[in-house]
Write a protein that binds this ligand. Structure first.
Ligand code: DGL
Length: 250
């Protein structure tokens, strides 16, 4: 039986794997966190490309049937090149701007992502294709990636950073916020406390798993398997990642 690989610069992609485990508990998973090189969002495109190709070369040797690039930043920079190079299905992340534009209240959306995702042409094209240029504002929350990598998912520093980041937003003009970085999903509870209740919080995780399901044949023999974890090619015990799953299970 072939495995499914999930890959992110660090812990963010676990939020996507968590969704996969809910919907497809009988698959065999590998999770790769490139923690030695996180964050990706402040690096150049060339640096991100080199890191991602190195990891994917490693993952395709692990007998995988598909790869989820559970990282908006890497998806923005390198997914096209990866698809040219490898023949397995490669599923990327897309900020959930389309669902945001379909909300009946028809107000603006605040797209939060890493510096790199916000600067990339892929995001610009997505917004233009949705005719949403006047309805999207962008906000970098890059520092949340470092908080998450330090397992700091709440507390006064996170709270202060987010309230400062949101201080200039006139929420009356908005109906949604898009979490365009997989690390940000851990901060949903604290974000919820800081924004008005009419704002919908959207992420791309469910959509990504749906795409994945459309591209693979599922394991149906009823077995379940332990997840194999790697931190930049070093095997890691599951206990290292337990705080992330505990938080997502709350
Ligand atoms: N989790 C990532 C994303 O979805 C990467 C964040 C980073 O490494 O800067 O964009």
């Amino acid at each position: 039986m072939k495995k499914l690989a999930f890959f992110d610069s660090g812990l963010g992609g676990l939020t996507v794997l968590h969704e996969a485990l809910k919907q497809m508990p009988q698959e065999q998973y590998i999770y790769f966190a490139d923690s030695d090189h996180a964050p990706y969002g402040t690096k150049s495109s060339a640096a991100i490309k080199a890191l991602v190709f190195d990891v994917v070369d490693f993952l395709v040797q692990q007998d995988i049937k598909a790869l989820v690039l559970a990282c908006n930043t890497a998806t923005s920079v390198v997914i096209k090149d990866l698809r040219q190079q490898y023949s397995i299905p490669i599923i990327g992340m897309e900020p959930a701007i389309k669902p945001a534009m379909e909300l009946p209240s028809n107000k603006k959306t605040l797209v939060c992502a890493t510096e790199k995702t916000l600067a990339e042409n892929k995001l610009q094209l997505l917004i233009e294709n949705l005719n949403a240029t006047d309805k999207v504002e962008r906000l970098s929350l890059q520092k949340l990636v470092s908080f998450a990598e330090n397992f700091e998912f709440k507390g006064s520093k996170v709270h202060a950073y987010l309230s400062q980041s949101f201080s200039k937003i006139n929420w009356a003009e908005f109906d949604s916020i898009v979490l365009g970085c997989t690390h940000f999903v851990y901060f949903k509870p604290i974000i919820k406390q800081l924004i008005p209740p009419h704002i919908h919080i959207l992420d791309g995780n469910k959509g990504t798993i749906k795409h994945l399901q459309d591209r693979i044949s599922l394991n149906t023999n009823g077995e379940t398997f332990p997840i194999e974890f790697f931190s930049s090619k070093k095997p890691m015990p599951a206990t290292h990642f337990a705080p992330c799953f505990n938080l997502l299970n709350q």
